[in-house]
Design a protein. Structure first.
Length: 519
C-alpha cells in the first residue's frame, strides 16, 4: 500500500464517501488509488470552483464532509471563492491538495507556490503531510477537523512522494476512527436571560441561524412565539432552511439595508440562536453597518456550533411553551399558473405553483428572486440553500453536491445569468453524472444588483463607461446553446405560460434541464 491508497482508505474509514476532483500530475497516485480502493464516488469538475462548491452543497444536505482533490496552489486558488462561501456556511470539507515531491520543491518549478499560504485564509485547519507513514494519522485529523461543529474547512497537503512511497506493512493497520467532537451544550444562564426577556412582554425577535433553521428548531421557535407573542425570523445568509407548507415560517432578514432596518425597527430585544448579529453586506456612506435598532438589546443565546435544538427546547421548557401549537405555520397554497409577460412576481408564482414536494431549492437568483419569499412560504415543503459568503458562482456547483447527497430529491437552481457564468461548466458535470437538477436562469442580461448598488453607495448615475461594466447584453449569452453543448437539455421562455411549460418539462425529467427565462 502506498501513501495515496492509505489516504483513500482512511477517508472511507472515516465516512468520507465522495471526492470532487480536478487533478493534475502531482495527484496521479491519488487518482490511481481510486481504481484500487472500492467505495469512493469520484466526481470530476472542470474548474476547481465547481469542485469546492459541490463539496459545500454535499455537506449542507448530508452533514458529512466530502473531500476535494485539487492541483497544487493554483488549483486550490481557483477553488477559493467557493471555499470562502462554504466556510461562511459552516460546511465541513476535507481538501486534499497535491504538492510537488518534497525534493522538487527547492527547485522552484513552474507550479511551485506557498500552498499553505494560499489555503490558510479560507481554511480552519491546514496540514502538510511529512511522509507516507504519516498519511493515516493526518487524514484522520483532517476529517475530525472538518466534522468539528459547526463544520469546518480542513486542507491537507499531500506531497507527491508521500503519495507514491510505500507504507511499510507493519504501519498499515488501522488506528481506529477519530473522535467526533460534540456541539457546545445549551447555556443555562443565557436561557434564563432569554426567558426573562421573553416574559417581559417587550417586542422581541428570535433570530435563527444554522441548524436552528431545520424543521425541529423552527417548530420549537414557533411554540415559543405562540406562548410569548415574540416574532421569529432567520438570518439572510442562511445555509439551509426548511420551509413551505406545514413548517413555521421564519422569513429571512432582507438584503437591502433599509428594508432590513425597517423589519428590525419594532424590536426592543433580539435573541440570536445560531445566527450572528444582523449587519449589512457592505459599508455605505452615512448608513450604519449594524441593522438592529439603536438601543435594542442583542443577546447571543447560542453560537452556530452549539446545540441549537437543545437550547430552543430548554427555552421552550422554561416558558412552558411545549404545550402550544407552533405559531406561523402556513397551509399549502399553490397559486394558479399566471399568464402574460415575465415579471418577477409572476415568476415567483410559477415557481410556487410547480415546486415539487420535498424539493431542494438552491438560490443564486440575486435580484431575480426577491419576490419569492412570501409566495414560496406557502408552497410545498422544501429545503432552501443560499450563498453565505456572497461570492457569486456558488449556485450551480452547490446544486451538484446537493443532488449527490440527496439523489431521490429534485434540485431546483434559481440562477442569475451573471452569476451562472462564473461556474457554467457545472452543467457538464450535471450531465455526466445524470443529476436530477432543473436550472432556471434569470436572463436579465445585466448585473442588475450592481445598477442599484451604484446609487446605493453614492456613486451617482452611471455614465456610458460605467454602464458598460454593469450590462452583459452584448454579445447576448445563449444559455440554451451552452447547456446543449454540455449535454444538458434546455429550453427558452419569454412569457409566463412558456415558463410554466419549460419548468414543468424540467421538473418532470429525471436528469438536468435548463430553462432560460428571458427578462
Ligand atoms: C466572486 C464575486 N465577484 C463579483 C461579485 C460582485 N457581484 C455581485 S452580484 C454581481 C452580478 C450578479 O449578476 P446576476 O447573477 O446576473 O444577478 P442580477 O444582479 O442581474 O440579479 C456581481 C458581479 C461577487 N459578489 N462575487
Amino acid at each position: 500500500m502506498n501513501g495515496a491508497e492509505s489516504l483513500v482508505r482512511t477517508l472511507l474509514d472515516e465516512g468520507v464517501e465522495v471526492c470532487f476532483t480536478n487533478p493534475g500530475t502531482s495527484e496521479m497516485h491519488f487518482v490511481a488509488a481510486l481504481d484500487r480502493v472500492e467505495g469512493m464516488r469520484c466526481v470530476l469538475g472542470l474548474f476547481e470552483g465547481v469542485v469546492t462548491g459541490a463539496a459545500d452543497g454535499y455537506w449542507r444536505m448530508s452533514h458529512k464532509p466530502a473531500s476535494t482533490l485539487l492541483h497544487l496552489g493554483p488549483g486550490l486558488a481557483n477553488g477559493l471563492a467557493n471555499l470562502h462561501n462554504a466556510r461562511k456556511a459552516n460546511s465541513g470539507i476535507v481538501n486534499v491538495v497535491g504538492e510537488h515531491g518534497t525534493a522538487h520543491i527547492a527547485l522552484n518549478a513552474p507550479l511551485t507556490s506557498d500552498i499553505e499560504g494560499v489555503a490558510r485564509p479560507m481554511s480552519n485547519w491546514v496540514h502538510t503531510i511529512g511522509s507516507s507513514v504519516g498519511v493515516q494519522a493526518a487524514t484522520r485529523a483532517a476529517v475530525q477537523a472538518a466534522a468539528t461543529p459547526p463544520g469546518r474547512i480542513a486542507t491537507l497537503v499531500l506531497p507527491a512522494d508521500c503519495a507514491w512511497n510505500d507504507v511499510p506493512p507493519d504501519r498499515q493497520a488501522s488506528t481506529g476512527q477519530s473522535m467526533r467532537l460534540a456541539r457546545g451544550a445549551a447555556n443555562a444562564a443565557m436561557i434564563d436571560a432569554a426567558a426573562a426577556v421573553l416574559r417581559s412582554g417587550e417586542p422581541t425577535l428570535i433570530l435563527l441561524g444554522g441548524l436552528a433553521c431545520h424543521e425541529a428548531g423552527l417548530a420549537l421557535a414557533g411554540q415559543i412565539a405562540a406562548a410569548t407573542g415574540c416574532s421569529v425570523m432567520s438570518e439572510f445568509a442562511v445555509a439551509r432552511i426548511q420551509r413551505g407548507a406545514g413548517r413555521v415560517n421564519a422569513p429571512r432578514i432582507p438584503y437591502v439595508p433599509e428594508a432590513a432596518m425597517k423589519v428590525l425597527a419594532p424590536f426592543r430585544n433580539i435573541l440570536l440562536v445560531g445566527a450572528p448579529e444582523p449587519v449589512s453586506f457592505f459599508a455605505y456612506p452615512d448608513k450604519p453597518g449594524r441593522q438592529s435598532p439603536a438601543g435594542a438589546r442583542v443577546l447571543q443565546i447560542a453560537d452556530v456550533g452549539d446545540d441549537l435544538n437543545g437550547t430552543l427546547m430548554a427555552l421552550a421548557d422554561a416558558l412552558g411553551a411545549r404545550k402550544h401549537a407552533p405559531k406561523g405555520v402556513p397551509e399549502l397554497q399553490r397559486p394558479a399558473l399566471p399568464e402574460g409577460p415575465l415579471t418577477l412576481e409572476g415568476i415567483g408564482q410559477v415557481i410556487a405553483a410547480l415546486l415539487p414536494e420535498n424539493g431542494i431549492v438552491v438560490d443564486e437568483s440575486v435580484t431575480g428572486g426577491r419576490a419569492l419569499g412570501p409566495v414560496t412560504a406557502m408552497a410545498a415543503p422544501h429545503d432552501f440553500l443560499t450563498s453565505c459568503g456572497g461570492a457569486i458562482g456558488f449556485g450551480l456547483p452547490t446544486a451538484i453536491g446537493a443532488a449527490i447527497a440527496a439523489p431521490d430529491r429534485k434540485v431546483l437552481v434559481l440562477e442569475g445569468d451573471g452569476s451562472a457564468m462564473y461556474t457554467i461548466q457545472s452543467l457538464w458535470t450535471m450531465a455526466r453524472e445524470g443529476l436530477d437538477i432543473t436550472i432556471l436562469i434569470f436572463a436579465n442580461r445585466a448585473y442588475r444588483i450592481l445598477q442599484g448598488e451604484f446609487a446605493g453607495v453614492g456613486a451617482g448615475t452611471p455614465g456610458p463607461r460605467a454602464n458598460h461594466m454593469l450590462n452583459i447584453d452584448n454579445p447576448t449569452l445563449d444559455f440554451v446553446g451552452m447547456a446543449r453543448s454540455m449535454g444538458v437539455e434546455a429550453g427558452r421562455a419569454t412569457d409566463l405560460g412558456g415558463l410554466a411549460r419549460e419548468l414543468s418539462r424540467g421538473l418532470a425529467s429525471k436528469g438536468p434541464y435548463l430553462v432560460e427565462a428571458v427578462l
